[in-house]
Every structure is written in structure tokens, then in C-alpha cells.
Design a protein around this ligand. Structure first.
Ligand code: ZN
Length: 136
């Protein structure tokens, strides 16, 4: 089992728009935008709702539950800081609130399948706390 705290990996580029997501993740919460005009969840962070174009987006805590819709096993990471973690999984998670999120997927048994139920969990790395999903 990898100790992610030992990884020296680059953190995300945090903007004013995405700051609420990253600050919530650092506190162990999954927070996404919600459109109060069409009542749909929105991810990634943006200034207008992609469904109805309203500027009526607010931040709400999500359930943290989702379904794996696609994944890849990574053997050659894009940054050498991830080398101690290979092989690891990156996948698309459809949140129970609707939006799809690209995330690191933790499964120590290495038995993930499309359709698996996942749960959000923030994981400290050497440089930053990152949002991951774990197989239930
Ligand atoms: Zn909307």
C-alpha cells in the first residue's frame, strides 16, 4: 500500500473560480456547484450553468458517492512524482448528483470494474490534499 504522504507531486492550479472546491477537498468534503435555476449539479467549476446558461450557481456539499464509468491503469505517469504509486488508476466517476469527475481511484485489491460504487475521500500527499475516490 502506497503512503501518498511521501509523494512529491504537483498540486492543481487553483483559481478564484475553483477555490471553493479545493478548499472543501482539503477539509475532506466534496463540494460542487449547483444551479438554482434548473436544479442540476455542475462540475467542473464555471461561471455559467452548462445546462441552462443561468448565472445562478452556488456551492453545495455533494454526497461523495459515485459510479465508475471508465478507467485506465497508469504505468507511466505524466509527472515523475507519481512514479512510486504506479500502477494506479485514474477514472471517470459519475457523481450521484449527475456530473462526471476525473479522479484518482484507490483500490488496494486492484479489482476495479466499470459500474463499481465509489466514495469520495481526500488524501494527503506530500504537497497538498487531493480528492480521490475509493472503491466501496
Ligand atoms: Zn442551470
Amino acid at each position: 500500500m502506497i503512503d501518498y504522504r511521501t509523494l512529491d507531486v504537483p498540486g492543481p492550479t487553483i483559481t478564484d473560480l475553483s477555490r471553493p472546491f479545493w478548499e472543501a477537498a482539503a477539509r475532506g468534503r466534496l463540494t460542487i456547484q449547483h444551479c438554482t435555476s434548473c436544479n442540476r449539479g455542475v462540475f467542473y467549476p464555471r461561471p455559467l450553468c452548462p445546462h441552462c446558461w443561468a448565472d445562478a450557481l452556488e456551492w453545495r456539499d455533494a454526497s461523495g458517492k459515485g459510479t465508475l464509468t471508465s478507467f485506465s491503469q497508469i504505468w507511466k505517469p505524466g509527472h515523475p512524482g507519481w512514479l512510486p504509486a504506479v500502477p494506479y488508476y485514474v477514472g471517470l466517476v459519475q457523481l450521484s448528483e449527475g456530473p462526471t469527475m476525473l479522479s484518482h481511484i484507490v483500490d488496494e485489491r486492484r479489482s476495479i470494474r466499470v459500474g463499481d460504487q465509489l466514495v469520495f475521500k481526500s488524501v494527503p500527499t506530500g504537497s497538498r490534499i487531493l480528492p480521490f475516490f475509493h472503491k466501496i
